[in-house]
Every structure is written in structure tokens, then in C-alpha cells.
Design a protein around this ligand. Structure first.
Ligand code: NAD
Length: 260
């Protein structure tokens, strides 16, 4: 086995964008740690086996990213088993589609707990570990075009993604002197189980949402998880060394309202 480029930890990695990132980073030469919640253990195991099939070491950790104690333990477990942490991808996220007045305070708390608090905790414990190692690192979060512009029926989700952009900028400013860059991917629509959930909420006929969003997309199509993995591959690489504090849009579309 060739020497690994380093160790990457990806949260929410059992499926969708997280799984694609895990496999891409494995094929880029990273040993890969995978995280998800216990209900997805079987899927997570399969992804871990796929990482091993790429010729890399894999380790998986079940943890809820909204729990400080679980995130702290997850990071130390990955360091103990794989020998360090060089790339943290705080990918785990949930969405909820409800009008503003239907959204309960509990809905907002839940979305913020997983998306915003979870990302904060992953950035914090990855940053602490990378600073202690003294060899720099890459921290990458999951923003969205919903983190750049408000959208109808996605208030809680948009609030969480706007917040992730703030965390990304703040962490970038504080971690930069340690050679750690902090960036986020900010995709338009990508076909995953999150898409299925949003499509079901809209109640549109099969294919109609994809057609509408493809027409609105600058490049004429919606995304698949490997599109995002390709951007993350670059952000995790040495070549992105002078890019930090950015939430990089991918799959831009013109359905965004013209607000500032
Ligand atoms: P997905 O639902 O397919 O996967 C998300 C994963 O996160 C799931 O496996 C889920 O179990 C895991 N997860 C949820 N709560 C967790 C928790 N508390 N702790 C650990 N893991 C948890 O979604 P996806 O489309 O692959 O989205 C991945 C990320 O990309 C999310 O942050 C999402 O907001 C963001 N994103 C998605 C889209 C899209 O259109 N699909 C667009 C922009 C941004």
C-alpha cells in the first residue's frame, strides 16, 4: 500500500454527497474515517469496504454531530486508529421544508443543532487536533446556495447554512496562522435522499422538479454527488493552499431571489 496523503474524516458519509466525498478522497490517496448516525451503520460499513477496495485504510465512527462529547470522542478515536487528522469534511446535514409560519421553534432548534452546532463542533475539534499536530490541514464544511440567498419554505435550513458561512470565515481567520485552511462547498440542487425529501414535500410529478431546476441551472443540469466530491478533492489538496474562508458555489442557478 502506497503511503497515505493523510487522514480525512467525513461526517454523514453513509450515503449521498458524504459517501461520494469519502470514495473520492480514498482514490486521491487519503486514509478515510467515516461517520454517520447509528441507524445508518450498515450503509456506513459498505462505504468503509469501498474505501478499502480503493487500497486505503478505513475506519468508521458512529456519532451524532450535534453532541459535543460525541464529536470530541470521534476525533480522538480517528486519531488513535488512523494516526492523525489532516482533512475534516463536516458534511452531515438535514433539511426541513415548511413555510415560515408552519416552522416550529423545535424545527428550527433541530436543524440548527445538526447543521450549525454540528459544523461548529467538527471545526472546533478538528482545528484543535490540527493545531496540536502542527502540520496544517484542511477543514471543509457543507454550505449551500441556500447559505447565500433565502429561499421560500426553507427558513430554518437557510439560517443554518448562512451560519455555516460565518463559521467558515471566522475559523479561517483564526486557523490560518497554523497552515489550516477552512472552506465550504455551496451547491445548488444535488440528487440525493435530501433531494427526494424535498421533492416529496413539493408533491410535484416525477421528473418535473429536475426539469425545472435543470432549466434554471447555468450549466443546464442538476448535480450528482460526484460533482461535489470533485470540488472537495481540490479543496482538500495541497493545490488549494491560498484559498480560505470561502463558500464555493457549484451548480449555480438563477432561481435565487435578487436580495443582498
Ligand atoms: P443525505 O441526506 O443524502 O445525507 C446526509 C447524511 O448526514 C445522512 O447519511 C444522515 O444520516 C447524516 N446525518 C444526519 N444527521 C446527522 C447527525 N446528527 N450526525 C451525523 N450524521 C448525520 O444528504 P446530502 O444531500 O448528501 O447532503 C450532504 C450535505 O450537503 C448536507 O449538509 C446538505 O445540507 C448539503 N447540501 C445538499 C444539497 C442537495 O441538493 N442534496 C445541496 C446543498 C447542500
Amino acid at each position: 500500500m502506497a503511503l497515505a496523503k493523510g487522514v480525512a474524516l467525513i461526517t454523514g458519509a453513509s450515503q449521498g454527497i458524504g459517501r461520494a466525498i469519502a470514495l473520492r478522497l480514498a482514490s486521491d490517496g487519503f486514509d478515510v474515517a467515516l461517520n454517520d448516525i447509528p441507524v445508518h451503520e450498515a450503509l456506513l460499513k459498505t462505504t468503509a469496504q469501498e474505501v478499502v477496495a480503493h487500497g486505503r485504510r478505513a475506519h468508521y465512527v458512529l456519532a451524532d454531530v450535534s453532541s459535543e462529547q460525541e464529536v470530541e470522542t470521534m476525533v480522538s478515536d480517528v486519531v488513535r486508529v488512523l494516526g492523525g487528522l489532516d482533512v475534516m469534511v463536516a458534511n452531515a446535514g438535514i433539511s426541513i421544508m415548511k413555510t415560515f409560519v408552519e416552522t416550529s421553534a423545535e424545527d428550527l432548534d433541530r436543524i440548527l443543532a445538526v447543521n450549525l452546532r454540528g459544523t461548529f463542533l467538527c471545526y472546533k475539534y478538528a482545528g484543535k487536533q490540527m493545531i496540536a499536530q502542527g502540520r496544517g490541514g484542511r477543514i471543509i464544511g457543507a454550505c449551500s446556495t441556500s447559505g447565500k440567498q433565502g429561499q421560500p419554505s426553507l427558513s430554518a435550513y437557510c439560517a443554518s447554512k448562512f451560519g455555516i458561512r460565518a463559521l467558515t470565515q471566522c475559523a479561517a481567520l483564526e486557523f490560518g496562522s497554523h497552515g489550516i485552511t477552512v472552506n465550504a462547498y455551496a451547491p445548488g440542487p444535488v440528487k440525493t435522499s435530501m433531494w427526494d425529501y424535498l421533492e416529496a414535500g413539493l408533491g410535484t410529478p416525477p421528473g418535473a422538479l429536475e426539469e425545472q431546476l435543470s432549466k434554471a441551472a447555468a450549466l443546464g443540469r442538476v448535480g450528482v454527488p460526484s460533482d461535489i466530491a470533485s470540488l472537495v478533492s481540490f479543496l482538500a489538496s495541497k493545490e488549494s493552499y491560498l484559498i480560505t474562508g470561502q463558500a464555493v458555489c457549484i451548480l449555480a442557478h438563477h432561481l435565487l431571489a435578487p436580495f443582498d
